[in-house]
Design a protein around this ligand. Structure first.
Ligand code: XMP
Length: 497
């Protein structure tokens, strides 16, 4: 039955994930026996094969810390000055707790006049200078401030003095235990900077503890040899990016992604050679590529991982604007078929909108999937929620959209020197999805069930079954795709008569 992948993908068609379907194979193990542990790049291993995309509406420190706590990894975007990007990497790496609040500081002589000054935080920190990195004198709890009759009085009159804090090296379990024992609503976490003193880097509330304790648990977190979260970051291929790379290396970045929509360029090859020579210990991911020719060039230049996808992202318009790209299923299969021969892991980037797409990407040869829209709209994504048509949404934008390029991301689309900027992406919004700490474990359980149906107990065994032709595929007709989705139902409203 069906076709081996080698035959299906050599007929001159460009297939997307939805175009193809695997035929089930033989099951002789339980779902929990499936291991999804994998490699992001030659020397970076992960327990969970997921990567958050370097986009300014997807990955900053909250997302990077949350992804690492799940055994996955986040790649911090570069659409911000180098020093700020390095600070985001440092912040994510300084956490042991997979979330962070926007920390708000005031001085004792200030007043808090509006609730908006709390932003989304449950408290305001009062420090000597009114800024971060200054001695902590007290805290103001939002609920206490709300009860205050005269909002004009100085903070020093009503703040809680000498608040307790914990070291930022404490694990989630340690902090949860402390909050319960002391019956506290929240506790700040402080980092000891030696002679420079301490600064507040995070805040944990008892509500967070209750919320997170109810989430399903995934495998081991992604930790580096220093015991800190693994965090990646993106850079471009311009001369200035060499300086950015230096900032990131100093911040302790664990892997760097060369962020370009068409990676097979002299600029990228020059940057790979420079980075490999300057930082031989650092893993470097090249891309994006969709053909074996592109992949071979970057492998030869020395990349440790390859990012695959052109125009398959949910916000991409590259295929329409530039007439280049490839269906993502074909691109992943073709690139992986040569990259694996050189031991270079492949990241299937873009076009993931359900767990079935992840099963397809990983089985077709990818070692990880990179996601933008699937993670945007989560509580860990940057930005605030707004209500639109009665729905809670967060902004999600392509890095090639005019809006993002105006902020500096145009180098990814080689438009930096062009006087006329041409958009290769759009701006939109995605619905509130809750926390990645909750929905990624569910998604991975669904992926494991897919692997079980294929008779593959690991990524390696899925790749072997595919390459040997044991696993078979077919192309789905339009009607088969409709049949494979929910169809023929009207909405059911339970009414009692
Ligand atoms: P998803 O489907 O996960 O895709 O939302 C995320 C990936 O899309 C790429 N990307 C873009 N591609 N124009 C493009 O053609 C853009 O503006 C753009 N922004 C992001 C990128 O590879 C990302 O990981």
């Amino acid at each position: 039955d069906g076709f081996p992948a080698s035959r299906l993908f050599s007929q001159g068609y460009s297939y997307t994930y939805d175009d193809v379907i695997f035929l089930p194979h033989y099951i002789d193990f339980p779902t929990d026996a499936v291991s999804l542990s994998t490699k992001l790049s030659r020397r970076v291993s992960l327990a969970t094969p997921c990567v958050s995309s370097p986009m300014d509406t997807v990955t900053e420190s909250s997302m990077a810390a949350a992804m690492a706590s799940l055994g996955a990894i986040g790649i911090v975007h570069s659409n911000t000055p180098a020093s700020n990007q390095a600070a985001l990497v440092r912040l994510a790496k300084s956490h042991k707790i997979p979330f962070n609040y926007e920390l708000i500081f005031k001085s004792p002589s200030d007043s808090i006049l509006s609730v908006e000054e709390f932003s989304s935080s449950p408290c305001i920190f009062v420090t000597e200078s009114g800024r971060e990195k200054s001695k902590l004198l007290g805290t103001v709890k939002k609920s206490d401030w709300e009860k205050l009759a005269d909002k004009e009085v100085r903070i020093s009159e009503y703040m809680t003095k000498s608040p307790v804090s914990l070291p930022s090296s404490y694990s989630f379990e340690d902090v949860a235990g402390y909050l319960a024992k002391e019956k506290l609503d929240f506790v700040p976490l402080m980092r000891d900077n030696g002679e420079e003193g301490e600064d507040i880097v995070n805040l944990v509330t008892s509500d967070d503890v209750e919320r997170i304790q109810g989430f399903p648990k995934l495998g081991l977190p992604s930790l580096g040899s220093d015991g800190n979260f693994l965090v990646g970051a993106a850079i471009g291929t311009r001369e200035l990016d060499k300086e950015r790379l230096e900032h990131l290396v100093k911040a302790g970045v664990n892997v760097v992604v060369l962020d370009s929509s068409q990676g097979n360029s002299s600029y990228q090859i020059e940057m790979i050679k420079y980075a490999k020579k300057t930082y031989p210990e650092l893993d470097l991911i090249g891309g994006n590529v969709v053909t074996t020719y592109q992949a071979q060039n970057l492998i030869q230049a020395g990349v440790d991982g390859l990012r695959v996808g052109m125009g398959s992202g949910s916000i991409c318009t590259t295929q329409e604007v530039c007439a280049v790209g490839r269906g993502q299923a074909t691109a992943v299969y073709k690139v992986a078929s040569i990259a694996t021969q050189s031991g270079v892991p492949v990241i299937a980037d873009g076009g993931i909108s359900n767990s079935g797409h992840i099963v397809k990407a990983l089985t077709l040869g990818a070692s990880t999937v990179m996601m933008g829209s699937f993670l945007a709209g989560s509580s860990e994504a940057p930005g605030t929620y707004v209500y639109q048509g009665g729905r809670r949404v967060k902004k999600y934008r392509g890095m090639g959209s005019l809006e993002a390029m105006m902020k500096g991301s145009d180098a990814r689309y080689l438009g930096d020197k062009a006087k006329l900027k041409i958009a290769q992406g759009v701006v939109g919004a995605v619905a509130d999805k809750g926390s990645v700490l909750k929905f990624i474990p569910y998604t991975m359980q669904a992926v494991k069930q897919g692997f079980q149906d294929l008779g593959a107990s690991s990524l390696q065994s899925a790749h072997d079954l595919l390459r040997s032709g044991v696993l078979r595929l077919e192309v789905r007709t339009g009607a088969a795709q409709v049949e494979g989705g929910v169809h023929g139902l009207v909405s059911y409203e339970k009414k009692s008569f």
